[in-house]
Design a binder for this molecule. Structure first.
Ligand SMILES: Cc1ncc(COP(=O)(O)O)c(C=O)c1O
Length: 380
């Protein structure tokens, strides 16, 4: 039997050697590798500025923190996302206002979004769900109309493009995740990109306690001041060394993802019992994070049996995401959301199975996944 994990970091001798070089040297934090990784990330995405961070969540939080968003403010967030998208708003004491998903892609429903904007709304947060870009022209038009900031949560969108521009460069800032099952990894880690020099400068300081002088610019140790609040959200040199090498390998990783996804999509679209999201088309170029299978109503209550059957045959699966964020206990308790709210996000969360397409797998594996899906669906 094959074993096909949903996600697996692909670490070569080069990453291992780079880690050992850091460990053999005297600098583990505040060194040249984090700066080099930021420059590499700018080259890869076309960003003017990149700030390395301890996680994507850290970047989301710092963005709101920097804008002074807080109590009494509202930020629009999709219901269909990881809780981090909403938690980052909660950290500031502002209120996340959830908007349901649209069924074509699972992205935020932009028609509904406008009806949720109030006089307290300060920012729009969008997530490129499973790597499929949101229609950013429409988002930016609303942001302009109501004078709002735009934050792109790009945790699943490294390698995604909208109208030829990399995700994360279409709003005020974009945040990426390097958690192990993402497009590339630094074990834990994140990056914020922006075209705004001042924002990048402030975030760079606020990720490191608000210290006024970068470590490399301190000629005499201990000569610095702190004139603003800041967190400790830095990326260390070990993570950054891994990151630069992983980034070099990204074109190959993306090519494999696309190939795997396209094969799986072509074959699975022939099965009436399941539906698929719209993938890349026209101006929307996905980063192919995974392939999400939406079960038709007759199969939905058998979803866990199907997942179990797949897992028993070695096919790793996941669910994006287990519940719409407003259905999580913290948000239900705090804001009183009920289980019948956000019907589209619910249909996706409670009725889908995510299949792997990562670069650890190839077309042979895709064929095996298709066989096992058919077997599970038709025998149940
Ligand atoms: C959409 C989204 N945003 C944010 C995060 C959090 O990323 P990190 O673990 O790097 O903080 C995740 C994690 O999977 C995610 O899926």
């Amino acid at each position: 039997m094959r074993t096909l994990p949903f996600g697996r970091p692909i670490i070569s001798e080069r990453e291992k050697q780079a880690v050992m070089e850091v460990l053999d040297g005297p600098v583990l934090v505040h060194g040249p590798r984090a700066n080099a990784f930021e420059n590499d990330f700018c080259t890869f995405t076309g960003a003017e500025y990149a700030v390395s961070l301890s996680s994507c969540t850290a970047g989301l939080h710092l963005f709101y923190f920097d804008l002074g968003i807080g109590k009494g403010d509202e930020v629009i967030v999709p219901a269909q996302t990881h809780n981090a998208t909403a938690h980052a708003v909660e950290f500031t004491s502002a209120k996340p206002v959830f908007v349901d998903a649209e069924m074509k892609t699972g992205n935020i429903d932009i028609d509904q979004l406008e009806t949720c904007i109030t006089e307290n709304t300060r920012a729009l947060s969008v997530v490129h769900f499973l790597g499929m870009p949101v229609d950013m022209d429409r988002i930016n038009a609303l942001a302009k109309k109501y004078d709002l900031f735009v934050l792109e949560d790009c945790a699943l969108a490294l390698g995604a493009y909208y109208k030829g521009t990399h995700a994360g460069l279409l709003g005020d800032a974009g945040c990426f995740s390097f958690y192990p099952v993402k497009h590339m990894t630094t074990a834990e880690g994140g990056m914020l990109i922006t075209t705004n020099k001042d924002l990048a400068g402030r975030i760079s300081r606020k990720k490191a306690f608000g210290v006024d002088k970068d470590h490399s610019k301190r000629k005499v140790p201990g000569t610095y001041d702190v004139d603003m609040l800041g967190y400790n959200y830095r990326m260390n040199e070990i993570q950054a060394a891994i990151g630069s090498i992983q980034l070099e390998r990204m074109p190959g990783f993306l090519e494999k993802r696309k190939k795997n996804y396209s094969y799986l999509e072509k074959e699975l679209s022939k099965i009436d019992e399941i539906k698929l999201f719209q993938s890349s088309y026209g101006d929307f170029k996905s980063s192919y994070y995974c392939l999400c299978v939406l079960l038709t109503p007759s199969l939905i209550n058998k979803r866990f049996e199907i997942i179990q059957m797949l897992n028993q045959k070695g096919v790793g699966t996941s669910v994006y995401y287990p519940r719409p964020v407003p259905h999580l206990t913290y948000y239900k308790d705090k804001y009183g959301y009920t289980d019948d709210s956000f019907p589209n996000a619910s249909a996706i969360s409670y009725g889908s199975i995510a299949l792997p397409v990562g670069p650890h797998l190839d077309i042979k594996d895709m064929k095996y996944i298709i066989e096992q899906i058919k077997e599970a669906i038709f025998s149940i």
